[in-house]
Design a protein around this ligand. Structure first.
Ligand code: HEM
Length: 478
């Protein structure tokens, strides 16, 4: 009798546990959740995600669980990581059907001052936030074409200012950042004030690092520094907005993105509050700043280490320079001829991705590869599931720009997606292409260089940077 009672009570305890366990691994309605682990309570696998090599984080889990999809918990969210070219295609083709955009909480917090959010209660994601920059066509070829000459002349001025004839040991990274932010401030804000811009550089570095950090807002933490920097940038931008409004009141033309944001109104005729404009501009500047600066920097490293690649780029750029009159700035037709230089840029971005990947929020439960991902979960895609995979790139560790030549060997669709794809593809892609090509044109025409420490450590996994700013020996062509 006692045995029976014990057996019964055990069954009463164990059976619900068994059901609960089944429910957990199968999802609420019996559907099968992706394989993987949510890691530690609260933290999940955030530490491994933020502080490990990105390819290792995904590579280990793709090997252990599934090469197509696995679950994890990062930055406070249950997340399905969708992998490989088929995963990329699925994600880019189902935007707004299954997914909408999602920014991790630290990013929401840093970029949304105008909604009075708190760390404990981040505001709900807003899906329309980028409409204003996608609509007016600032990033369309016509607009960029007009800006290309300016990009060229700003790059020349910056090189002249920082890498003049008297010096022969220089650091690449600080110059790359200065050029990038100067270009962006001109294009987005219509300002070209070097002092103002150099004040902003340090702040943008802090914000960029803080976008993927633990949301611990106490002195000494990355997130705390990012928050302070975001406030400083906002303050400066609010001043710029006031000045711009004054200038526009006295007839200044609507030329840059900022003036457009000032005049644009919503369907009720309301214009955007200054604080909201400041946050949007800060988002744009951040997106366009470290990505381009990183690419320029690592391009200088790879090309500096390969005289053969340098000679090929230089030959291409000298031919373009020779076809122009002295002092004539770059034009649209010129950049179309920079095919080899673009391949070198692509190869740089493959080995050092300026952006690893982004998140989405699941709008409707969907099934992928036999696994169900519930509504409300987040989805993450990342270039690191394909970029260094020997299945898609032969000798993946080798810097080889010729792999992008057209033909059988060219990367298969969706294996090389540095700018993402589908409707959310990076709106700054063409702008970035022109800015980096304008830099390449000027730098190889003027200089030859040698990397001082080929083994210089690269810090930061989400936003890679050379520890000592990539010092080089610079030789001027005369
Ligand atoms: C080498 C340079 C760059 C790379 C590799 C890059 C890459 C990316 C990637 C992978 C995304 C995510 C796409 C997705 O979620 O599917 C993205 C989004 C974005 N990029 Fe870029 N980007 C670069 C430069 C720029 C520049 C120069 C700007 C601005 C001028 C910019 C503005 C943006 C914005 C605003 C988004 C968010 C779009 C959205 O969520 O709808 N990017 N970028």
């Amino acid at each position: 009798m006692e045995v029976l009672a014990l057996g019964l009570s055990l069954a009463l305890i164990v059976f619900p546990l068994f059901l609960a366990f089944r429910k957990r691994s199968e999802g609420g309605n019996g559907a099968k959740l992706p394989p993987g682990s949510f890691g530690w309570p609260i933290m999940g696998e955030t530490m491994e995600f933020l502080f490990g090599k990105p390819e290792k984080f995904v590579g280990d889990r793709m090997n252990k669980y599934s090469p197509h999809i696995f679950k994890t918990k990062i930055l406070g969210e249950k997340t399905a990581v969708i992998c490989g070219p088929t995963g990329h295609k699925f994600l880019f083709s189902n935007e707004q059907k299954y997914f909408t955009s999602f920014r991790p909480h630290p990013m929401q917090y840093l970029f949304r001052s105008y909604q009075n959010n708190t760390a404990a209660q981040p505001p709900p994601p807003r899906t329309d936030e980028l409409k204003s920059i996608r609509q007016p066509g600032f990033f369309k070829p016509e607009a960029l074409m007009r800006y290309l000459g300016k990009m060229d002349s700003i790059t020349q001025q910056q090189l002249q200012m920082h890498w003049n004839d008297d010096i022969n040991t220089v650091q690449v990274y600080p110059l790359a950042k200065s050029i990038t932010l100067t270009l962006a401030c001109q294009f987005f804000l219509g300002i070209n004030n070097p002092e103002r811009i150099s004040r902003l550089v340090k702040h943008f570095d802090d914000v960029t690092v803080g976008m993927h950090s633990i949301m611990l807002n106490i002195p000494g933490t990355t997130f705390y520094r990012a928050n302070k920097a975001a406030s400083a940038i906002r303050k400066e931008l609010l001043n710029v907005i006031k000045e711009k409004k004054l200038a526009m009141a006295t007839g200044a033309p609507v030329q840059d993105i900022l003036s457009h944001m000032i005049v644009v109104t919503d369907p009720n005729g309301r214009s955007m509050p200054n604080a909201e404009i400041a946050d949007k501009i800060m988002g744009l500047l951040t997106a366009g700043y470290s990505t381009v600066a990183t690419t320029i920097t690592f391009l200088m490293k790879y090309v500096g280490l390969s005289p053969e690649i340098y000679e090929k780029i230089r030959a291409e750029q000298l031919e373009i320079a020779a076809s122009k009159k002295t002092g004539e700035l770059l034009e649209w037709e010129d950049v179309q001829k920079m095919k080899y230089s673009w391949n070198v840029i692509c190869e740089t971005m493959r080995l050092v991705p300026p952006l690893q990947g982004t998140f989405r929020e699941v709008l409707t439960e969907f099934t992928y590869n036999g696994y169900t991902v519930p509504k409300g979960w987040k989805v993450y895609w990342t270039v690191s599931t394909t970029n260094t995979n020997p299945e898609y790139f032969r000798n993946p560790e080798k810097f080889d720009p010729s792999r992008y030549d057209e033909g059988e060997e060219a990367p298969a669709p969706y294996t090389y997606v540095p700018f993402g794809g589908g409707p959310r593809m990076c709106p700054g892609k063409e702008y970035a292409r022109l800015a980096i090509l304008a830099f390449v044109h000027n730098v190889v025409n003027k200089y030859r260089w040698e990397v001082i420490d080929p083994n210089e450590k690269v810090e930061g996994d989400m936003m890679p940077e050379p520890e000592k700013g990539l010092p080089i020996w610079l030789h001027h062509h005369h």
